[in-house]
Design a protein around this ligand. Sequence first.
Ligand code: CUA
Length: 335
Amino acid sequence: MRAIHPTFVAVTALILAGCTRQSVWSPAGPAARDLERLNWFVTGLFLIVAVVVLGLVVFVASRPRGSLDWHAPVDVGGGHSWLIIGGFAIPAVILAVVFISGLQGMSKFPLEGGVRTPAELRLVGHQWWWEVEYLSPKPDLLMTTANEIHIPVGRPIDIDLASYDVIHSFWVPELHGKVDLIPTLTNRIRIEADRPGNYRGQCAEYCGEQHAHMILTVIAQRPEDYSAWLTHQREDAAAPVTPEEKRGQTLFLTRPCVTCHTIRGTPAGSHVGPDLTHVGARLRIATNMLENNPANLAAWVTHAQSLKPGVRMPNITAFNGEELQALVAYLSSLK
Ligand code: CUA
């Protein structure tokens, strides 16, 4: 038996690993269902057009060739109506119907000019991660996290969309269409999930080298689970317990990590990179590229530039093996 080439195995594994469902054909909320209906309608309409046009092509191509005389110009009388109806009137009607259906779909977006109620969330795009701010009129209830958006099921959630640097685009196909995150502007999107689940999203506007890895997860939870999550997230980070975790915290606060990240409840308060207060509780790291486990955390700290070339996170070479283990133990404990 021929051995399977390692490249084939690696590529297949990568493809399968990336096979989280992310599809406009499996809507999980009202806005996405509207868009799915529009998708089916437009796809069906254009299929009919394609079948008719291809049918005519086959009909013309399969006619006998005949002689030169046979092709001499003749006055068939009224032949122009074919052109006017088939070439202008029918396409105009079809395009108008599609345009109006599209406008109807767009009217579901809470755009500028509508009644503005305060959003519950603010999402800020960065090259290449998502800053997620849970808003509140009470300053002590404000909370920032990254790359995962938790929402309660069964009610619409308004999200303000902004950008720190270049244009990004919010796209979680199972919940809604795309809306851009534009520097100096604030856009608004309203998402609603009607069943609990994890919905994968993706930056949908090319924003630089790691655009393809600017992944987002929306985690829709039952309202009571969501409240519990939110209450816990608003708390400061857990204090380290074991000697190893304590050592990890000291290392975090005295080595390069502290210059970019926040861990609430510690002196670390920089906002260059994602807030790590509860990083241990996140499903994935590296903007949802890697599973959140100690091996991947260690790899990310030391080899971010190999895993995601160009990312703002440098390769941190300041740790020996034992120190790295302590740092990872501390980060993993931040549930
Ligand atoms: Cu952010 Cu593409």
